[in-house]
Design a protein. Structure first.
Lengths: 707, 216
């Protein structure tokens, strides 16, 4: 064993011991500048490019480290092991020193680890600026350097260094001995090159760094490497496969196992393949990189500016009215307008505005909630409120009650309808506002497929633009109603109120029951058949309570009967809540469909490593588009056959309940919600294919041809 | 609802197709390394002999807190924490709180940090180590399971066997004794948060130190 680790502690024992120890150390050569220490296997000295110092004239000094063969010192990010070099300056008054300017390192491979360092000799440059007047004849630059050298083993080293230079008033003279070496070192410092652009985004495995050069990069092939300035960002030891396409190059950078929290930029050095220098970089092999990290690749069609994002959001909001989630609410809103036929124009307008306010306010509230939850570190995505069985259960109950009320089973006066806010204009402005709120709450599961890109963009923005985009969706959704209420001629064309309205009202109860049914099904997906049974029992009790109100109405029931029935109804409703909530405690059993396996990142990586084609279905029970795609495309004979033929492994990422791993995977593709369909062809060099949100058999079969 | 869905599909197909196809074209290729460990997942099981020949399985300690420490007495970064008494202090402090502290040596025979059991025992005694046991992993199997990169590297496992922390001991990646004072000790932070029922706010950090001297 070499006498390495011991030297470190000895230094702290006493000077006498140190002296004794030094005598036994295989010191290669102690420079005259070393005042208190030396390190075996490496030496340090301070050198300057000038032989004299002139007032106010910046010059370069270097910490020159020389290492024995096989030994390395380290870059600013040492990589998987080792330690960086630091310089603590003690400069004459008025002198300032820059940070270390690091020449690009090389990969030091010691499988399974990779460090970033230097061998043989390295000059770490520092620019020193003297004050405008220097009174002494000489100046002494003193510094303490700490560094680590490793071969198989590691040795920390420290040295107190000094460099004394005469002061001159005349022109600065360069030291031929060091100015050349310092110049050579400077040429290895990564440069910013004109015309180059860098950006980065997350993918399922880590990061993608895209460099766009002013000219074609076709001749660069493999071998470019990105050194991250920060540790715990990328996996240092992982290969960095490159895809070059004309002027752009994409490096896949797997994430560090120690990555925690968001990364807003990738900073570091992009090194050209051995023997090459980058174009338009003045012969430099190393480019300085500062690439902002977005959560997904910015693609054509994705709104990249706030204005286009707002436009998308507005359009999306309008289309939202045609979504099946919103439709039941919409039909009742139309009923409201019909009833308004005879009302005053001003009243109609006020109700339109109140509804719009309800919609916009709820979208803003959802935006704020999403921001707050995300800021607290929890991973959430779109539709998060429907990932809670309790919310789904309560919504099912609400729709059931409103349906009953429309049927006329019970007439609850204004209090309950104001809560649901569905009953139209005669019930006051609060009800209109409330119906806006409800419309928004049930609309959200339909938003993700339509607005995935816009929402993905929104969530990468600071809070204000994010909220603006959310607000724009709300404005878009409310726009048709506002226009309708503002245009008296349109309203005039609506049929006159009459007895037919009662029929329409009752008919409209059925879309509400359908929505309740869907919510019960979602609840069942989350909690299993037992959970759904509890919820249905809760709904039964709700029906019982409603019947009590209908059987003993205020107008006919005697005082005592009325009070008793109301108390009984209250108890029954409490029981309904208890039973329904009991259902949320149930757990859904494992999926029964054997052709689909549950998604996990580990499983995906494993399958990729084996070169298997993989199809991932990011889905949720409450996502209607997902379910439609599954029925109409994924679960058809043709597609199942095509999957089998090509031996595609099918992974289902079920996001019905909150799952951080799936949220992260979605985020990696720049999405905040489901559905998302990804096909890995099994060829590691090829990017995964992201399929359209609205799947068709044709597009999927076409994509499968790529395997 | 089928009819509605079909209608919706037709309505939004146009713009969405364009969007999604574009996204597909620009999608990056993905490749990740395959680590056996994951924060929040069950810690990889192992059984290793200690320096007295006794076998220790992680499963034996289910129900209590476990700390794993990757150890190489000759590594100067480890020296920083042993020569200052920092590591032994933590071993005692948390040992008294019932934490099972296992030091693991993954150095291969002939490499730095590897010692025959007897020699290891006298070294541990000289260092005044208070670890419950020093486990020998000369083939590096367990080291690779937890992708231990450096000595020291610290792991925290909760009573349910769930991995809560994997990373550096503190935030000063140096071998200087002077840097122990004033450093933020990640291990202590993780243990304190976890034992008080809170979520560990930094569940992974870049470990620093000497590379683990695995067999090649």
């Amino acid at each position: 064993m070499k006498p390495d680790g011991t030297s470190r502690s000895a230094r702290h024992v006493s000077a006498a011991l140190l002296a004794a120890l030094l005598a036994f150390l295989p010191v290669a050569g102690v420079r005259s500048q070393d005042v208190d220490d030396a390190s075996p296997h490496s030496d340090a000295e301070l050198v300057a490019e000038v032989i004299s110092v002139a007032p106010g004239r910046t010059f370069s000094v270097a910490l020159r480290l020389t290492m024995d063969e096989g030994w390395h010192s380290y870059w600013r990010n040492p990589g998987d092991a080792g330690g960086t070099t630091t310089i603590d300056w003690a400069l004459p008054e008025g002198f300032t020193a820059s940070d270390i300017q690091w020449p690009h390192p090389r990969r030091v491979e010691a499988p399974p680890l990779v460090s970033y360092g230097y061998d043989d000799e390295v000059l770490l440059l520092v620019d020193v600026t003297p004050p405008d007047d220097i009174e002494t004849e000489t100046v002494t630059l003193a510094a303490r350097a700490d560094w680590v050298v490793c071969e198989e083993i590691c040795l920390p080293a420290t040295a107190g260094l000094e460099l004394t230079l005469p002061v001159t008033a005349g022109p600065v003279e360069y030291d031929p001995r060091w100015s050349q070496a310092i110049g050579a070192s400077r040429s290895r410092i990564p440069a910013a090159a004109a015309g180059w652009e860098f950006r980065a985004w997350r993918d399922a495995a880590g990061f993608v760094l895209e460099a766009t050069a002013p000219v074609s990069l076709d001749e660069y092939g493999d071998g470019a490497y990105f050194f991250s300035s920060r540790a715990s960002t990328i996996a240092h030891a992982a290969p960095q496969p490159a895809v070059i396409d004309g002027r752009s190059m994409r490096l896949s950078l797997p994430a560090s196992e120690y990555l925690h929290g968001p990364v807003t930029s990738l900073d570091g050095v992009l090194l050209a393949p051995p023997g090459l220098s980058w174009p338009a970089a003045e012969g430099n092999r190393a480019l300085s990189v500062g690439a902002p990290v977005t959560i997904g690749p910015a693609v054509a069609g994705t709104p990249t500016t706030l204005v286009t994002a707002l436009l998308f959001a507005l359009l999306g909001g309008i289309i939202l009215n045609l979504m099946p989630c919103v439709f039941p609410v919409l039909s009742i809103k139309v009923l409201g307008f019909v009833e308004q036929g005879g009302a005053s124009r001003a009243g109609v307008r006020a109700h339109g505005a109140a509804f719009a306010a309800g919609v916009v306010a709820s979208f803003l509230a959802l935006g704020v909630a999403l921001l707050v939850i995300r800021a607290s570190g929890t991973l959430v995505g779109w539709g998060f409120q429907l990932q809670s069985p309790a919310v789904v259960g309560l919504l099912a109950g609400l729709f059931f009650v409103l349906g009953l009320s429309l049927l006329g089973v019970f007439d609850v006066g204004t209090s309950l309808t104001r809560l649901g806010g569905l009953m139209g204009p005669s019930r006051g402005l609060g009800a209109s506002f409330g119906s806006g709120v409800l419309a928004t709450v049930v609309a959200t599961p339909c938003i993700a497929p339509l607005m995935g890109a816009a929402l993905g963009f929104a969530l990468t923005q600071p809070p204000l633009p994010t909220l603006l985009i959310f607000g724009a969706i709300g404005v878009g959704m409310a726009l048709p109603y506002v226009l309708l209420s503002m245009r008296p001629t349109l309203l005039g064309r609506l049929p006159r109120p009459g007895a037919w309205m009662e029929t329409l009202r009752q008919v409209l109860a059925f879309p509400l029951f359908a929505t309740a049914l869907w919510l019960v099904w979602v609840f069942g997906q989350q909690t299993g058949v037992d959970g759904a049974a509890y919820l249905l029992a809760g709904l039964l009790l709700v029906a019982l309570g409603a019947w009590m109100l209908w059987r003993w109405p205020r107008s006919t029931a005697s005082g005592r009967r009325y009070t008793l029935s109301r108390a009984a109804a209250a108890i029954v409703v409490m029981a309904a809540l208890t039973v329904g909530l009991r259902g949320t405690k149930s757990q859904a059993g494992p999926p029964t469909d054997e052709s689909w396996q549950p998604f996990s990142t580990v499983r995906l990586v494993e399958l990729q490593a084996r070169g298997r084609p993989v199809f991932i279905d990011f889905t949720a029970a409450w996502c209607l588009t997902c379910k439609v795609n599954e029925r109409v495309v994924l679960e058809t004979e043709t597609i199942e056959e095509a999957f089998r033929e090509r031996d595609v492994v099918l992974l289902k990422a079920d996001w019905t309940r909150q799952d951080p791993e799936i949220t992260r995977a979605l985020e990696a593709f720049g999405r905040t919600g489901v559905p998302l369909y990804v096909l890995y062809t099994g060829d590691a060099a090829r990017p995964p294919i992201i399929l359209p949100t609205i799947l068709t058999k044709e597009t999927l079969l076409e994509a499968l041809e790529e395997i | 609802m089928k009819g509605l869905d079909t209608m919706k599909r037709r309505l939004v197909c146009g713009p969405l197709l364009c969007l999604a196809v574009a996204a597909g074209l620009a999608a990056p290729e993905a490749r990740a390394q395959n680590a056996a460990w994951e924060i929040g997942a069950p810690a990889p099981e192992f059984t290793l002999p200690d320096t007295y020949g006794e076998e220790h399985s992680l499963a034996d300690y289910r129900g209590g807190w476990v700390v794993l420490e990757w150890l190489n007495y000759e590594c100067p970064y480890v020296g920083k924490h042993y020569n200052s008494g920092n590591m032994q202090g933590l071993q005692r402090e948390y040992g008294e709180k019932g934490v099972v502290w296992l030091a693991i040596v993954s150095s291969a025979p002939g490499k730095q940090g590897y010692h025959e059991p007897d020699e290891m025992n006298s070294l541990s005694k000289a260092k005044n180590s208070a670890a419950k046991a020093v486990l020998l992993d000369p083939e590096g199997t367990v080291g690779h399971l937890y992708s231990a990169q450096t000595t020291p590297q610290m792991i925290v496992i909760d009573p349910d066997g769930v991995l809560l922390y994997n990373g550096a001991i503190d935030d000063r990646p140096t071998a200087r004794l002077a840097d122990i004072e004033g450093a933020t000790n990640y291990l202590v932070a993780a243990l304190e948060e976890a034992m008080n029922g809170q979520e560990v706010s930094r569940p992974t950090t870049q470990p620093y130190g000497c590379s683990v001297k695995y067999a090649r």
